[in-house]
Design a binder for this molecule. Structure first.
Ligand code: GRG
Length: 290
């Protein structure tokens, strides 16, 4: 199967599973908003979970739970990031943002409920027989998404908007390691956690992948098709915020992303040909147009 077909198949399985889980919830605006927010997207994080699990012999019917969990947490972060008190965006994935389609209160609640749903899904018995593994998944997911991970990155980003001087390369690298890198790391490591094996190769891979993802996002922001997906092109740079492109230049940013992807792939060399899909995922991250 080609990488594109594998990603499409994973995205379909994740979407179907999330629909099934949400079908058990009361039919209310907040649950409809949750389903709307968690639909679509590339499903890169969920794909990383499923592939990392496959690499370690974890059954797909188990791995679908953390794959859906990370997509629910990711969706919550986007719903809240789009709110008027944060980025105030009207469009996400080419469609009205949740607070535009419903209202702000519903968007806050839908984001909150997607976050708690993420933790519920890794805590369910169906995710893993061993409660210690389920607790490890929940603990590490809390650290990745909370005030030591994604929320920390978002807070540093908000502080940078108020600062008099733009961030340095080291500062923006640390910020992005939290804001986008932490969830990507958790996704890539989840299969190894489920198989109770050493995380080190996956961590090395994912840290580089997460940084390459953000550099690619900054490149897309200035030259990509992101506008068609409802992103304001060049928005961060227009606000005077430092980006990898503003700090490294467009060509320098592209070279850095290429180097990171090569290094990420090298981190998985001990897995041999079995790691080809994760290596192709790393290449996809810098080749994507949205
Ligand atoms: C509000 C707690 C809180 C955190 C928000 C992740 C985040 C922190 C904000 C998102 C802002 C943003 C657009 C960052 C750029 C990187 C990123 C996360 C892009 C969106 O991820 P994709 O491209 O999205 O994987 P899809 O739509 O494919 O799921």
């Amino acid at each position: 199967m080609s990488f594109d077909d594998g990603l499409a198949s994973a995205a379909s399985a994740i979407g179907t599973h999330l629909e099934t889980v949400l079908a058990d919830f009361p039919d209310l605006p907040v649950t409809r908003a949750m389903g709307y927010a968690v639909a679509g997207g590339k499903r890169l994080r969920g794909y990383l979970v499923l592939e990392g699990a496959r690499l370690h012999g974890v059954a797909p019917e188990r791995a679908i739970w953390p794959a859906c969990a990370i997509e629910a947490i990711h969706a919550y972060s986007l719903v809240h990031d789009d709110l008027p008190c944060m980025d105030d965006d009207d469009l996400r994935r080419g469609l009205p943002t949740v607070h535009r389609k419903w209202d702000e209160a519903t968007a806050v609640l839908a984001g909150d409920a997607l976050q708690t749903l993420g933790f519920e899904m890794v805590a369910r018995d169906a995710c893993h027989d061993d409660p210690v593994v389920r607790a490890d998944l929940a603990l590490s997911l809390a650290r990745a998404s909370g005030a030591q991970g994604m929320v920390l990155g978002q807070a540093l980003d908000m502080a940078a908007e108020q600062a008099d001087t733009p961030l340095t390369l080291d500062e923006i690298t640390a910020l992005q390691a939290g804001k986008t890198g932490a969830l990507i790391c958790w996704a890539a490591e989840a299969g190894a956690r489920m198989a109770r094996v050493d995380l080190t190769p996956l961590t090395g891979y994912a840290q580089r992948l997460g940084l390459a993802f953000q550099i690619a996002d900054d490149i897309l922001d200035v030259e990509g098709d992101a506008a068609q997906m409802g992103k304001a092109v060049g928005k961060d740079a227009d606000r005077g915020k430092a980006t990898f492109v503003s700090l490294l230049g467009l060509d320098g940013a592209k070279r850095r992303a290429e180097t990171l992807v090569t290094e990420a792939c090298d981190c998985l060399s001990l897995y041999g040909a079995e790691a080809i899909n994760l290596q192709q995922a790393a290449r996809f991250v810098i080749a994507r147009r949205t």
